[in-house]
Design a protein around this ligand. Structure first.
Ligand code: KG4
Ligand code: ZN
Length: 344
């Protein structure tokens, strides 16, 4: 991996974060700027796509310039660009891709389009202290996706299973709404769960034995809704902390069991987790413990690299450009996961 560009600018606008990062080689992160719109969308209880696109338009030039300034780099010194091409909100993706294409084609620099989920899987390589070894099993748990992958190389990723309905992060967000808690639900539920009893309610765990690496969280969400409504209709107090802890435990049980099962079946030495939900403390601790018990190495990036960021986009782009994967001027965004790319 020593040929090709060394200094790359990454841009991420797939959801509600406008982010830019400058990366020198694999481990030399020079800046990582994230401008979140979360406070704006919180007022509506979830992401409003049109507002997200408009906020990206407002923020992107400023965010990229700050990333360059903080890295003490001029745009002329940048050797390549990497941008999230999908999956995500189409309007938001279009802003990032159009901006990045304009920068690249007006300056003659190479540009590559990154799959956001692939980038989450590569985030583990941003950390200096630990470098996972191939092959590894990667769990991606975000607001829009919950999937298990076998990763044989930077650019060789095989889908093992994914959610049939809600993503884990989506379940956190929906349960927060049921409990009258603010958006996004993950951070607030995990905070409240620390003060609650995880065995207060026995919520369902969808194990799906026929397709053991697939997930389903919609039954769990419905069960939380029914439990809360029943307590309310009986005039009983809903101990929000207990609901949060019991719900979180159900999600963490399933994510941990299936990830370990995939690692054992595929006989890998490493397990990696990423995506917004991988910043959840309980999940991090349970995965770490379960891996130790099975003699597996475990790696989860710092929370700032688990939630959406452009550093992971820059890193994935570096591997892609070195592998000859670039974008042409007619490149478009994609809203859904390109299954063909992710399946062997
Ligand atoms: O990866 P991400 O930042 O954006 C997407 O690509 O979707 O993930 C966002 C999701 C949200 O659903 C949010 O509620 C969840 O990650 N999340 C958490 C935590 N922090 C963020 N879920 C559980 N515990 C957390 N600490
Ligand atoms: Zn994400």
């Amino acid at each position: 991996m020593n040929t090709g560009p060394r200094l790359i600018l990454g841009i991420e606008t797939s959801c509600d974060e406008t982010a830019a990062a400058v990366l020198l080689e694999e481990k030399g992160l020079l800046s990582n700027i994230i401008s979140s719109q979360v406070d704006i969308h919180a007022e509506y209880g979830g992401i409003v796509p049109e507002i997200a696109s408009r906020k990206h338009i407002e923020a992107i030039d400023f965010v990229v310039k700050r990333a360059l300034d903080e890295a003490r780099i001029t745009f002329n010194e940048i050797e390549a660009l990497s941008v999230t091409q999908g999956p995500g909100l189409v309007g938001s993706l279009v802003v990032g891709l159009s901006y990045a294409k304009a920068c690249a084609f007006s300056s003659g620099k190479p540009i590559t389009g990154v799959n956001h989920i692939h980038a989450h899987l590569m985030a583990c390589f941003l950390e200096k202290e630990t470098t996972p070894q191939f092959p590894f099993v990667g769990l991606v748990v975000s607001g829009g996706h919950t999937s298990l992958y076998r990763v044989d190389h930077y650019l060789k990723v095989e889908l093992l299973g994914s959610t049939r309905d809600d993503a884990a992060g989506e379940a956190f967000d929906k349960v927060a709404k049921i409990l009258g808690l603010p958006y996004p639900g993950g951070p607030v539920i995990s905070r409240l769960a620390e003060k609650g009893r995880a065995d207060a309610f026995s919520f369902p765990r969808a194990r799906l034995p026929e397709t053991p690496f697939d997930f389903s969280f919609s039954g769990l969400k419905t069960s939380v809704l029914q439990t809360v409504r029943k307590l309310e209709s009986q005039g009983k107090k809903v101990v929000v902390e207990d609901v949060c802890a019991s719900f979180q435990e159900a999600v963490v049980d399933v994510l941990t069991e299936k990830t370990i099962q995939a690692a054992m079946e595929h006989q890998v030495g490493w397990v990696v987790a990423s995506g917004g939900v991988a910043s959840n403390k309980r999940l991090r601790n349970r995965l770490k413990k379960a891996c130790q018990e099975k003699g597996l190495n475990f790696m989860v990036p710092r929370p700032v690299f688990c939630t959406d960021n452009a550093a992971m986009v820059a890193l994935t782009g570096l591997y892609q450009i070195r592998g000859g994967i670039t974008l042409g001027p007619d490149a478009d965004v994609f809203s859904r996961l390109p299954v063909k790319f992710l399946k062997r």
